[in-house]
Design a binder for this molecule. Structure first.
Ligand code: BMA
Length: 326
């Protein structure tokens, strides 16, 4: 069993709550001003590490530069985030020159932690690095060509290859976006590109009708890979980011088994609806305790703070199948 996380942050389902996921009662779990120079801390990734947790955090500073910082926590709730930005080491200078980085994901594969993020290189693309200790980060080649975002690695090789989800985009606030999958034997050369999912028709599921992108690292279950993903509605008042769930085939994960027509979480609370970018819920990490079936999702709220939502794997899988739009 890979996912054992007995100290997962957790609250039981509140009385009267009928939805498959519910919010942490003390949200936002990470405030915007945790660091003296932070304008906002959101769209961030955490994993179990040692006896507690570690993470890579999107910290936009008061110059409004997008930076990545490492952080540590004993309980997944109270975080110490480094004041220094991560200095990625070892990359070819052409790629290693820092421009910007945002929306990190972290995954453990065969005992090593890999970070993917949206990396500035003549536009956004998928940056890739590994660490053993969240102190030294070794940067690899960018996985894909610009323009691309939302690079998410699977937590194990499939058919002997690393597998990456991504969302080809453009240089701006992209008004389109499908999820694709790529494979690599060595984490440097990527190919065997496959289409996974397009936005849904507006009449079928409007919260995901303009663009979609992978969220946290997929979770392996007997029923398929459980993928949380964000979807965007273009309203008369701008973009609205919600998230739902899909089940992907275990061996051919570009094949979608089911996909939720309803969202799991959409911007509804004040910290999700008000902030630097209103109406955004953007998940980048999920903790999973397989023995108890508990899941905790970290998601960015209004591009300002970080929220936590809880659910049980069986409920989320049932919801994905019951609201399936395929
Ligand atoms: C996307 C990304 C996210 C952000 C979202 C809403 O394109 O830039 O980082 O949360 O827009 O602004």
């Amino acid at each position: 069993m890979k996912n054992i996380c007995p100290n997962i942050p957790w609250e039981e389902r509140p009385q009267g709550c009928t939805s498959p996921m519910w919010r942490y009662s003390a949200n936002p779990v990470i405030p915007r001003d945790l660091l003296p120079d932070s304008n906002s801390i959101f769209n961030s990734a955490v994993v179990p590490f040692g006896k507690g947790f570690a993470g890579v955090f999107r910290v936009d500073d008061k110059n409004r530069r997008m930076t990545l910082r490492a952080g540590f926590s004993d309980d997944g709730i109270n975080w110490k985030i480094n004041p220094e930005t991560i200095k990625f080491e070892g990359a070819d200078p052409e790629v290693g020159e820092w421009v910007y980085g945002y929306d990190p994901r972290v995954v453990e594969i065969e005992g090593r932690y890999y970070v993917t993020w949206c990396n500035g290189y003549h536009g956004p693309t998928i940056g890739l690095a590994w660490t053993d200790d969240f102190k030294t980060f070794h940067q690899l080649e960018n996985a894909l060509l610009p323009y691309n975002r939302n690079g998410v690695l699977f937590p194990r090789k499939i058919d002997g290859k690393f597998v990456l989800l991504s969302r080809p985009s453009d240089t701006g606030h992209t008004a389109f976006g499908d999820i694709f999958l790529s494979e690599s034997k060595d984490l440097e050369y990527w190919g065997h590109h496959r289409h996974v999912m397009s936005p849904a028709p507006f009449e079928v599921s409007a919260w995901q009708c303009m663009k979609i992108g992978a969220g946290p690292v997929p979770i392996e279950t007997p029923e398929g890979w459980l993928l949380f993903y964000h979807g965007v509605l273009h309203s008369c008042n701008g973009y609205v980011y919600a998230f739902g769930s899909a089940l992907l085939d275990l061996e051919q994960p570009w094949k979608v088994i089911a996909r939720s027509g309803q969202y799991l979480i959409s911007p509804q609370t004040i910290y999700e609806c008000a902030g630097d970018v209103p109406n955004v819920t953007f998940p980048c990490a999920a903790l999973y305790d397989e023995p108890t079936g508990r899941i905790a999702v970290y998601y960015g709220c209004a591009d300002t703070v970080t929220g936590l939502a809880f659910g049980r794997i069986d409920d989320i899988i049932r919801f994905t199948k019951e609201t399936n739009i395929l």
